[in-house]
Write a new protein. Structure first.
Length: 312
């Protein structure tokens, strides 16, 4: 049994086909089949059921794969650590990014960071801010970006900027960014908010209770595109970052205004894993992410607190 056989086994299990695995690994299908057969002979048990649609792991195969996967991951991590000891910026790094920023940051880091550090392999993990935060706490991420409505003051987290969210409706609403709406206005409009239990929704509902007003929540949606569709069609009004709706506002499809008394704010936080060793490659990627975020803020992509206070 050798390392190459184990890596081959995982690829075959992932794609479920010798032909597809051979194409991915760039080896002959017959050689790949022989590696699997030799491994099964050594273990004295079949690892795959062969059928017309391909290969499916047997019960023994699934057990073996579950044990092998973390060992190979540890070997990859060890390799990255050893390379880092020689000051080589290389290895695998995983960064969690909220859906709002995923496309923009993935593109910027892929075109800006990777050419400077070709030995780095970046895995982008998207999710809601709550999901990204949980992945970081579980040790699944090296670097994470997520929004907090009430920063906890955790010294392990770095605040990057604070933004003021907008209430967004269709063009008929006639909202303007230089004319804030009172929070009490929310009682008079249909809203779409994330599901119950979401930290942002909890924050908005707590503010409404404090003012003694009832919110008219018509839809429970977290994903950006469905939220925008509801707003464009006049079915509900939603909270959104300027970055998310900037193009729609310029095209006249939507209108938006900030909320006041109290304003709806949130802070973008950057965190590093506390569950795994922080390698130089992760620190370098975190610095690159901070620089890209700073450029987006400077470009006016977000209604930051300082921008909101400037006269228009």
């Amino acid at each position: 049994m050798d390392l190459r056989q184990l890596q081959t086994l995982l690829v075959v299990a992932q794609v479920g086909s010798l032909r597809k695995a051979a194409l991915r690994l760039r080896i002959a299908e017959t050689a790949l089949s022989r590696q699997i057969r030799l491994l099964e002979e050594e273990l004295r048990t079949p690892l795959f059921d062969r059928h017309g649609r391909g290969l499916t792991p047997t019960s023994a195969g699934r057990h073996f794969i579950e044990r092998v996967q973390p060992m190979l991951a540890d070997l990859d991590q060890l390799k990255a650590e050893m390379l880092s000891r020689r000051n080589a910026i290389s290895g695998k790094v995983t960064i969690g990014i909220p859906w709002l920023l995923l496309d923009t940051l993935a593109d910027r880091l892929a075109t800006g960071f990777i050419p400077k550090h070709p030995g780095v392999n970046i895995r982008f993990a998207g999710g809601s801010s709550g999901q990204v935060q949980r992945m970081l706490q579980a040790g699944e991420l090296d670097v994470a970006l997520f929004f907090e409505v009430r920063p906890t003051g955790n010294p392990a987290l770095m605040p990057l900027f604070e933004e003021r969210l907008l209430l967004v409706g269709d063009r008929a609403c006639g909202y303007r960014q230089d004319r804030p709406l009172p929070f009490r206005h929310l009682a008079d409009v249909p809203l779409a908010l994330p599901e119950a239990g979401d930290a942002f929704r909890h924050h908005v509902e707590a503010a409404a209770r404090k003012l003694g007003i009832a919110l008219n929540i018509r839809f429970e949606v977290s994903a950006l595109q469905p939220l925008k569709a509801l707003a464009v069609n006049g079915l509900a009004q939603v909270f959104a970052s300027l970055h998310a709706v900037r193009a729609d506002l310029q095209a006249g499809r939507l209108s938006a205004a900030p909320i006041a008394d109290p304003p709806i704010m949130r802070t973008l936080m950057l965190g590093m894993s506390e569950e795994r060793a922080v390698l130089p490659v992760a620190r370098r990627l975190a610095r690159a992410a901070r620089e890209e975020i700073a450029m987006l803020v400077a470009d006016g992509s977000f209604l930051t607190v300082s921008a909101a206070r400037r006269p228009r």
